[in-house]
Design a protein around this ligand. Structure first.
Ligand SMILES: Nc1nc2c(ncn2[C@@H]2O[C@H](COP(=O)(O)OP(=O)(O)O)[C@@H](O)[C@H]2O)c(=O)[nH]1
Ligand SMILES: [Mg+2]
Length: 205
């Protein structure tokens, strides 16, 4: 139990970048393809069942959802990308919004990138990594749904991805994660603690 993340509360949804909260303090954004397990990860990281809505019909609400941890620190649930059934025009609009957010947001300290452990990096995931590399923004990959693989297969998926991303090791880190089995939460907290500049000891871990 980590009271710092448990105190997360919904702040605002932004349909346009102009609706984002003022660009101050520290933000960490959660990104990933639709259905990668982003909302589930946010919920278990914050130990709240319905903080970020999990959905079996992804891609309907294309909003940036902001959650505040305290006066200065926020988590942001970015719109999932790659959802096939969204019209091309809307998709393009959201890719632009996402790119602009990542490029312009001064308070953005890091990106948590959700990638299904069973599927290798898709083009948009790679784009996110290259982006992080380009602007010197750290990206921490949660290889989600690790419960879907046997232990050995999950471990080798992690190693394989770390090997593949070795050239980016200064900005990219990788860990296995299961929202279902509550696996990898402490490790994710410690990455967030580091980005947010809070000490794990003072918040219960
Ligand atoms: N087995 C398993 N299923 C998961 C896990 N995390 C998410 N899911 C399922 O994957 C689907 C998409 O999850 P969601 O969090 O809504 O993904 P999002 O679209 O990236 O926000 C849902 O049916 C979840 O129940 C996990 O750790 N293990
Ligand atoms: Mg979601």
């Amino acid at each position: 139990m980590n009271p710092f993340y448990h105190q997360a509360s919904f702040l605002i949804s932004a349909a346009e970048l102009s609706q984002c909260p003022p660009d101050g303090g520290i933000e960490v954004a959660f990104a990933g393809r639709s259905n990668a397990g982003k909302s589930s990860a946010i919920n278990v990281i914050c130990q709240q069942k319905n903080l970020a809505r999990t959905s079996k019909t992804p891609g309907r609400t294309q909003l940036l959802n902001f959650f505040s941890l305290d006066e200065e620190r926020r988590l942001v649930d970015l719109p999932g990308y790659g959802y096939a059934k969204v019209a091309e025009k809307i998709k393009r609009h959201w890719q632009n919004t996402l790119a602009t957010y990542l490029e312009k947001r001064q308070c953005l300290r890091g990106v948590m990138l959700m990638v299904d452990i069973r599927h290798p990096l898709k083009p948009f995931d790679r784009q996110m990594l290259e982006w992080g590399q380009h602007i010197g923004l750290p990206v921490h990959i949660l290889l989600t749904k690790s419960d879907k693989l046997k232990r050995g297969a999950a471990a080798s998926a992690v190693l394989q991805l770390r090997r593949e991303l070795a050239p980016l090791e200064e900005t990219v880190t990788v860990q296995p994660f299961s929202a279902l089995k509550h696996q990898g939460i402490e490790q994710a907290h410690s990455v967030l603690d580091h980005w947010f500049g809070v000490s794990g000891e003072s918040n219960g871990e």
